[in-house]
Ligand binder design. Sequence first.
Ligand SMILES: *[C@@H]1O[C@H](CO)[C@@H](O)[C@H](O)[C@H]1NC(C)=O
Ligand SMILES: *[C@@H]1O[C@H](CO)[C@@H](O)[C@H](O)[C@H]1NC(C)=O
Ligand SMILES: *[C@@H]1O[C@H](CO)[C@@H](O)[C@H](O)[C@H]1NC(C)=O
Ligand SMILES: *[C@@H]1O[C@H](CO)[C@@H](O)[C@H](O)[C@H]1NC(C)=O
Ligand SMILES: *[C@@H]1O[C@H](CO)[C@@H](O)[C@H](O)[C@H]1NC(C)=O
Ligand SMILES: *[C@@H]1O[C@H](CO)[C@@H](O)[C@H](O)[C@H]1NC(C)=O
Length: 907
Amino acid sequence: MNQYSLADAMTDKGNVTVPKLSESNMGFGVLGVFLGLLLEVSTHGPHGVPRTSWRHQDLDLMEFSEPGIFNYSTLLLSEKRDALYVGARDAIFELSKKNVTVRNNKVEWTVEDTLIQMCTLKGKSRERDCLNYIRVLQVVDDERLYVCGTHAFLPQCDYLNLADFSLKGQPEDGRGKCSFDPSQSFTTVMVDGELYSGTAYNFLGSEPIISRYSPHHSLLRTEYSTSWLNEPSFVFADVIREGSNKADGEDDKIYYFFTEVSVEYEFFGKLLIPRVARVCKGDLGGQRTLQKKWTSFLKAKLVCSMPELNFVFNVVHDVFILKRADWRDTVIYGVFTSQWGNVGLSAVCAYNMTAVEDVFSKGKYMQKVTVEQSHTKWVRYNGITPSPRPGTCINSLMRQQNISSSLHLPDKTLQFVKDHPLLEDPVLPISNGPRLIAKDVNYTQIVVERVRALNGNTYDIIFTGTDKGVLHKSVVFEGEVHIVEEIQLLKNSEPIKNLLLSSETHCLYAGSDSGVVQSPTAFCGRYPSCVDCVLARDPYCAWDHQTAACVNIFDARSHRLSRLIQSLDGDADKCPSGPGLPLKDYQRMTVKPGSSVELPCLVQSNLAQIMWKFNRSALTEASRFHLIGENGLLIYSVAPEDQGRYECWSVEWAPAAGKNFSRLLAGYVLTLDLPPRPPHQAGRVSHTLGSQEAASTHAAEGNGKADRAPLTSAYTPPSFTALVLFTSSPQTDSSLTPPLSNTIKYQPSTSAPRPDNGDPAAEYLQHNNSTALLFLFLLFFLLFLAAMAYNCYMQYLPAPCLRLRAALLGNHKSAHQPEYRACEAGLVEASATDRINMTEQPTQNDSQTIQSLRALRDTGYETEPEYANGQILSHSLGDESPSQQKPFDVDCESQSIQFADADEPYC
Ligand SMILES: *[C@@H]1O[C@H](CO)[C@@H](O)[C@H](O)[C@H]1NC(C)=O
Ligand SMILES: *[C@@H]1O[C@H](CO)[C@@H](O)[C@H](O)[C@H]1NC(C)=O
Ligand SMILES: *[C@@H]1O[C@H](CO)[C@@H](O)[C@H](O)[C@H]1NC(C)=O
Ligand SMILES: *[C@@H]1O[C@H](CO)[C@@H](O)[C@H](O)[C@H]1NC(C)=O
Ligand SMILES: *[C@@H]1O[C@H](CO)[C@@H](O)[C@H](O)[C@H]1NC(C)=O
Ligand SMILES: *[C@@H]1O[C@H](CO)[C@@H](O)[C@H](O)[C@H]1NC(C)=O
């Protein structure tokens, strides 16, 4: 179907019309969307680049795993007991919250052989499925946890005694509390001793259920109906308490988040829709209608889209609720991708709890109507809604009318909510668009922490985990998102399955199939200078100029805050303008003439550009200089004129401050270890002089990939004229974001140590595109000539060419001609039939009845053209994407990693 009308329908509030199915302009619509994306991505390229990338091996994170045990996917933090409980496969662990490498307790919970046999008889795999995946870990009280496992496709629950860390050994039926299938999505939350879950109720996983298990009441559940739940994928559930100011005497509510197959939009195949649903804690079911079913179940659509591009993120993967004392201040964060996952975009949308509440308490209902005999459609319900309003929690007003519980609700209200669980009004995100869009990542998990920075403002720090084991940390500053850093949390490239945050210890805990990792929320100690510390724009970090260190403001609370420097717009001018690097601190390098020397320079920022200076003027094009590895400089065949001062400068643009900041990263003084005999190579000297002249023209070539190979190979023959690369491409792993590689102008900042060079023009690096363009043009021209010649030779071209060919070759090849003709005829025929097929397709559809569309849906018409289109386009997108440059492949073993011994804040 047409992506535009889909997007419109999904974002438009007031319109009930079901999106029209028209295939004729589908291709264009989809193409438009993807072209739009390409444009968006290219114009906003620098956005969404994490400033700093931390590799796993550089960080010394605390990790836990036990040999032979996998799937550490269920985590529970207990602030009270100072513990992290981990549910894995066949085992539960208690780890120290301060240091997850410390295992305090372990209990194994395996499946009896008879059950495993039954499970394998049902066609499940003994190694993968017929084990006990611990999926539920919830606090019952101070002494006990409630735990459930898939238990070889026969879910069971038990109590875990925390005093001796043992299971009670009286397993309860876990159906409806835990999924049968370990790979199936599900969610649970324990509220006041009652377990709320969203999962499948049967072995096949085909009966979805949102239910409540309570020791006091009987089981309460959803109707088994596609209008209530239609193939949902549950991601999250949590309670929102009314808080102390229950003005209208309302109940606490439990919100569920899931993606399901839409009933309200018609689509080839399955159109997924992210939803928020809610139930009331005090619900007891109805008296006659909806007996032992929710009387308060309502659901609405969550919108996360880029309206300007008509792009919809329609799959929610995880939700985090940033709770506040008053529920009105609560914010819901969700991570989304598109159903067409190959687009490679992830988004974070935030929702105002007030907006959610408004939809549930005031929104219009949708209603199923039958059109054209058997076909049903969902449209807005415009009739009179019964009173009390269907789906609302019991409140003071209802109590006044003698309705003190859901058992007293009138049948009219109950029947209505049973038939109309879906609200028409969608929940729109704050500022009507995503908070954050990231390219080439699939976010799987999200946690958010609200942090008060030194300026007194609060910022929501968004931590998102990807399917490649990477964590992104972002902050929204004045409406603009800044990705502070990315951290390779997991050793292997595998999904982060669970992510928790302890605001008490300021630590993150990530669970994956292979283990548990603990990480601090900030790496302030790794920023070596004030400028670095400020440019990081990390609300956790500030520069302490007394101790000359970048410190975590939460560790430093006891310090004098007044001497800390923090500027979240990245205005590094606030830093004291130090004396810079005194000449005596420059590293001295003494080398033999003719040998080569390597000057390392470590750049931490992916947003910075690197510039090398020699004797205070920018190093530019010269045959013997190569940028290597992480921006180090390699000079081979050192000559006497190469003696002098070398400096590695980083230039970084801080968009929020509107300034460029430059700083000296490394300085060297190169001297020759001159032997007593005279220099032996006269020609060599003149060559170098030539290149010095070239340098004084101040032009630098910025060329991309072509130069990569020579950079990594250590030596190149002296005759080879290489271009100096001014890319900042530090460390990388294929999964971490590669840095920008544009060459930028160098602008000295007022605070940074000023170079005392009198010639300002010497400080410019410029893209010299013309040579490259000319080269490209020549290349294409040559290719064109070659193609011409070939086609002419093969007789694919008309008369003049053939005559020329005949003149050159004689006529001996004419025997092949009939063969070619026949082939050509076949080609024409084939394309004609193709064309007929293509023109038939749209008309076919216009007259088609909905039933046949349904049939299409059932026969799995899921490889829609959208999908194919997206694939092709995303390939070309991928080719251009910098992530494919695999910057981490660069060998940097020889580089000493600075600051490796900076003390990590242990949490
Ligand atoms: C459990 O972990 C194994 C090993 O990493 C992995 O192959 C499997 O997919 C995981 N299973 C589930 C259900 O997560
Ligand atoms: C949510 O909306 C309410 C009412 O419109 C407003 O007062 C509140 O500030 C909003 N909260 C956030 C976090 O945007
Ligand atoms: C509620 O019940 C009380 C006592 O049963 C009765 O006196 C009162 O009239 C009822 N109120 C309404 C509005 O039905
Ligand atoms: C994201 O996930 C989709 C679907 O699983 C996959 O096709 C795609 O390659 C992933 N993209 C990235 C950048 O990992
Ligand atoms: C660079 O400076 C050093 C002294 O600092 C001087 O000896 C050398 O000749 C200079 N080199 C050039 C090429 O200017
Ligand atoms: C900062 O550097 C960029 C890139 O070279 C340049 O375009 C811009 O004009 C500079 N801005 C300022 C304010 O110096």
